[in-house]
Design a protein around this ligand. Structure first.
Ligand SMILES: NC(=O)c1ccc[n+]([C@@H]2O[C@H](COP(=O)([O-])OP(=O)(O)OC[C@H]3O[C@@H](n4cnc5c(N)ncnc54)[C@H](OP(=O)(O)O)[C@@H]3O)[C@@H](O)[C@H]2O)c1
Length: 237
């Protein structure tokens, strides 16, 4: 599939990845940089692997600070990025708080997971979408776990609900901004070995993330919302 309407030149494509300190986000920024993207990567830590990667990147990888649940810090990041132009805005950050049955989930935990995984990504898009060029892409890391149709195995009620809520909010976003020309993507990266995915997950992020970037690059310039896995296949809502 080729989409030739993408406005920016391959050599100077710029991405912003939110939540890149570790796990899939860290691998994602490394893969984008390897393919020649200029990358702004956010973290809420100091130092660490992301800082080391940025220091070794010769300027192509830049670190910014963001606690995604803070509207004030989102607004401050938007200010700092004034004048920048993004071909890709990718919200990767999310949390998991374990496998309690929903009736045992404390209210504070429910609020924290929903606010982090569903509300904050949409606030992030609202705050930063103005930096995305016509023909650019806004993407959020979702999960097959957010598919209502595929929810046939017991467990992880709250996390699944948060990703289903994310997907629903992204559909509302896509309707509201139907005419902005942006490609809009919800990505299911597969079950990967990370802090969130656990050590027993079948996939290595270094295998799945290049496939995810293939999907991002293939969909660039094709407006509208898709919920896609790392093979570019549609995931049922
Ligand atoms: N691993 C899987 O199998 C899998 C499967 C499907 C979907 N996903 C999704 O893929 C994405 C990445 O997951 P992962 O497995 O790489 O998880 P991870 O290793 O736990 O990393 C999560 C990342 O999100 C950041 N983050 C969390 N809350 C944040 C906040 N409030 N503000 C800013 N950054 C925040 C973390 O930063 P800190 O280092 O500061 O905590 C970290 O960089 C998530 O959206 C997840 O739901 C993962």
């Amino acid at each position: 599939m080729s989409h030739t309407s993408h406005t920016s030149h391959t050599a100077d494509r710029q991405a912003l990845v939110v939540g890149a300190s570790r796990g899939l986000g860290l691998v994602l920024v490394g893969e984008l940089a390897r393919r020649g993207w200029r990358v702004i990567a956010t973290t809420r830590r100091t130092g660490g692997e992301l800082r080391a990667a940025a220091d070794a990147s010769g300027g192509s990888l830049e670190v910014e600070s963001l606690e995604m649940t803070s509207p004030e810090r989102l607004a401050a990041l938007r200010e700092r990025l004034e004048g920048r132009r993004l071909d890709l805005l990718f919200v990767n950050a999310a949390i998991d708080r374990g496998n309690l049955p929903i009736d045992e989930v404390p209210t504070a935990m429910f609020t924290e997971v929903m606010a982090t995984n569903a509300l904050s990504p949409l606030r992030t898009l609202a705050a930063l979408r103005g930096l995305v060029v016509p023909g650019g892409t806004v993407a959020v890391m979702s999960s097959e776990q957010g598919s209502i149709a595929l929810n046939t195995e017991d467990g992880y009620d709250l996390y699944k609900a948060s990703k289903a809520a994310l997907n629903q909010l992204m559909r509302s976003y896509a309707t509201r901004h139907a005419d902005d020309g942006h490609t809009k993507l919800l990505i299911d990266p597969g079950h990967n070995r990370t802090g969130l995915g656990g050590p027993g997950a079948p996939l290595d992020p270094r295998e799945s993330i290049p496939a995810v970037v293939d999907v991002l690059e293939a969909r660039a310039g094709a407006p509208g919302l898709r919920f896609l896995d790392r093979h570019g296949e549609t995931v049922p809502w």
